[in-house]
Ligand binder design. Sequence first.
Ligand SMILES: Nc1ncnc2c1ncn2[C@@H]1O[C@H](COP(=O)(O)OP(=O)(O)O)[C@@H](O)[C@H]1O
Ligand SMILES: [Mg+2]
Length: 306
Amino acid sequence: MTGLENIWTEKYRPKKLEDVIGQNHVVSSLRSFVSTRSLPHCLFTGPAGCGKTTTALCIANEFFHDQWKSNFLELNASDERGIETVRVKVKDFARTMPIGGLFKIVYLDEADALTKDAQHALRRTMELYSNTCRFILACNYSGKIIPPIQSRTAIFRFSSLKEEDIVNYLEYIAKAEKLNIEKGVLQLIFKFSNGDLRKAINILQTASTSGRITSDVILSVTSKMEPVLVQKMLSSSLSGNFSEARKQLLSLLYEKGIAGEDIIRDIHSQIFSLDLKDSQRLSIIEKTGECEFRLTEGSNPQIQLE
Ligand SMILES: Nc1ncnc2c1ncn2[C@@H]1O[C@H](COP(=O)(O)OP(=O)(O)O)[C@@H](O)[C@H]1O
Ligand SMILES: [Mg+2]
């Protein structure tokens, strides 16, 4: 027992490509690779919680069945201390022959966290081990991956999940867990999830500890979540209370550890629910665009967001 089976995002994670939802074009071309028993190096791009890791695990399952664990290495570029540890781990993994297949799979999450130099080193590692390994790199934006890697990978663009997909998925979990849910609650969870199914499932699981799940329960679970905190920060700022807004910003960045890019995305997604004139909205959109660009170029998030 690992305890992982109690976490719904693991318990209900699809094991087969056919059960991955909402990414039809990605899944159908991957399925044709599975049927020919071949796989190119891949680049999975898309927002959080839309099925990138899940799809990679499904591929490993379909290629290797019971043996998938010895043929699949999952690394996270921002956890590993630099490209050197990635290189050593890949070298170790690639040293033994694949069991029951022609190659092994290395899944490298958050590949866009690597610097350009580190990405060049990664490209050399990919080439060095391409006899025994296929690499699947995952990132939010393909634009942050150096062109020599982009041109050596098949790019699969994952989209954020639609309301219908998320609501249906939550309904399926609710049925399996025999939850007692008020009408409209799953749609409310979708609103807080921003199309991130991991977030949606986590809200549902947290709310499930309180008997009947009502919209009040969801609001109390989510009031501690990032989009709501960002909303509070925005209203402090719009009402002219700069020092309060700044305090809320610092708490988001340093107490909650939320990335500047996630905060700016939340701000952007809330511009149209704020009570503002169109000209004011336009000017906030302009500012968020500029700020987002600077953050992706590596600027300091506190300075940009303040
Ligand atoms: N397209 C999808 N189909 C089915 N389940 C999904 C999908 N996307 C996300 N999930 C669910 O959300 C959780 C997180 O998904 P994951 O694949 O880890 O997202 P990411 O794109 O961030 O790698 C999974 O455990 C799974 O339960
Ligand atoms: Mg992932």
